[in-house]
Design a protein around this ligand. Structure first.
Ligand code: CA
Length: 225
């Protein structure tokens, strides 16, 4: 995780940098608003800690400029009485605030909570079940951390099963979706593909994900009934 600290009080800045580095963040620091804004705009940070009282350009001005282009989560540091309410904080474009003096543990907890929130807002590209992961953008499939090679059709089939995890899919629904045609459902093409896919995905693992529902179709499930 990359963190930017914009704070002119060297002692506070160093104390935060040390604390977050111990939490395995990579930390950059800026001592004034201009430098802070420059770094925030040109680099890519997961979160920014921004003091409001800064030389050259204050925190509110930095936020105003930053928000024209970026939605990086920002935790502002304020002096007592500087901000009247949480509403005011949100109005200036910050995501949360801490009043000085504060405990390091509190600051770390707030930053982690901002990161979690940002993560939840992101659309997930990775589908998963048990130890199986399928990356819809990079087209990588892994089980237990090991990459599994799939053909294009096998990949589409697994993606469809994962998107409908824990739901029974009929043979005709799968065939229509994967082959984009309705052919005789008496055909065994689907079964041939399913057998190959199960071999690659389930054979080496105790937890079997793909199951046949006799006379109906298939289900990929990671829940016990
Ligand atoms: Ca300051």
């Amino acid at each position: 995780m990359r963190l930017l600290i914009v704070e002119d009080e060297i002692k506070v800045s160093q104390f935060l940098q040390k604390g977050f580095e111990e939490e395995l963040f990579s930390v950059d620091t800026a001592q004034d608003g201009e430098q802070g804004l420059f770094l925030a705009m040109t680099e890519s940070y997961d979160v920014i800690i921004l003091d409001l009282m800064l030389p050259k350009m204050n925190g509110v001005e930095v936020l105003k400029e930053l928000r024209k282009e970026k939605s990086t989560p920002v935790l502002v540091l304020t002096a007592k009485g500087q901000l009247e309410s949480k509403v005011e904080v949100l109005n200036i474009g910050a995501d949360d605030y801490l009043t000085k003096p504060f405990a390091l543990a509190e600051c770390i907890a707030r930053v982690r909570s901002l990161l979690r929130r940002a993560q939840m807002d992101k659309p997930s590209n990775v589908l998963g079940a048990d130890t199986l992961e399928l990356d819809q953008i990079q087209h990588i499939v892994k089980r237990g951390g090991t990459v599994i090679d799939l053909t294009v059709k096998e990949f589409k089939l697994l993606e469809y099963l994962l998107r409908n995890k824990n739901t029974v899919l009929t043979r005709s629904a799968i065939i229509e979706h994967i082959w984009e045609i309705t052919f005789d459902t008496g055909t065994n093409v689907l079964d041939v593909y399913m057998t190959r896919l199960r071999k690659k995905v389930d054979d080496d693992f105790d937890v079997k994900l793909i199951h046949t529902i006799r006379g109906v179709g298939y289900i990929l499930k990671d829940e016990e009934e």
